[in-house]
Design a protein around this ligand. Structure first.
Ligand code: ZN
Ligand code: ZN
Length: 238
């Protein structure tokens, strides 16, 4: 009740504005309908890792040769303009209101999917040193609107990043994989059967695959990966 009343007050005082063109937002979303329609929506993609492909319903070469530890990836968008700008505003400019918009966009896509829902959402943990530098975890910021919309609890304590690593994008793919070994550790809480790992952007998938491997090794039967955007190739960095 109080929450609804506060929402209404906020809408009156600060009506939603499009974060791309400054026009009037649609509903409670800080994007106008035109800019929303023009976002780089992910088209045909690998059924397992969401890598953009020429035709739908296929597995990419990488997933055929070396199936990842996660069961599927949900990504509404390709990591392309202007979505990259929205993500960078959140990540590098502490624009936390952008986290709400991005979380809403992901929640809208997830709400259209059938099938069993994960019991909890695990935002990809940052090492405490990185967290101290940045001041917030972008995956957790995207996760809050997801929790509120979908009613699935966020459990950031399920895993920790125990080893700081060099910025992944500077390393070649093989080295990234080595770099991530034992980078994460599970917390003491019991793990449900079905978990969604949440991150902002998926590039090579090495990070989420490492976490998924750890969860599966601890007995989790189904691990989904939810990201806002997928890069077009598995080679380029970020
Ligand atoms: Zn707009
Ligand atoms: Zn794939």
């Amino acid at each position: 009740m109080v929450y609804n009343w506060l929402n209404k007050l906020q809408d009156t005082l600060f009506p939603p504005r499009c974060r791309l063109c400054g026009g009037a937002g649609a509903g409670r979303r800080d994007l106008c309908p035109g800019c929303h329609a023009d976002l780089p929506w992910l088209g045909a993609a690998c059924v397992r890792c969401a890598l953009p492909l020429a035709s739908d319903g296929q597995l990419c070469g990488h997933c055929q040769q070396q199936p990842p530890a996660f069961d599927r990836v949900i990504a509404p968008f390709r990591y392309a303009p202007p979505l990259d700008y929205l993500v960078q505003r959140l990540k590098f400019h502490q624009d936390l209101a952008m986290g709400r918009l991005l979380g809403q966009l992901l929640a809208e896509t997830l709400a259209t999917l059938d099938g069993p829902r994960p019991a909890v959402i695990l935002p990809v943990p940052l090492h405490r040193r990185r967290l101290a530098e940045r001041g917030f975890n972008q995956a957790l910021e995207i996760g809050r609107p997801l929790r509120d919309t979908l009613g699935i609890p966020l459990e950031p304590g399920l895993a920790q990043r125990v080893r700081p690593t060099e910025t992944q994008s500077r390393l070649p793919a093989r080295q990234r994989q080595r770099n991530l070994r034992r980078a994460y550790a599970l917390g003491a809480a019991p793990l449900p059967d079905h978990i969604a790992i949440l991150d902002d952007v998926m590039t090579t998938g090495t990070t989420v695959n490492e976490l998924a491997r750890l969860l599966k090794g601890a007995g989790v039967t189904r691990v989904e990966v939810w990201v806002l955007a997928r890069t077009g190739t598995q080679e380029d960095g970020g």
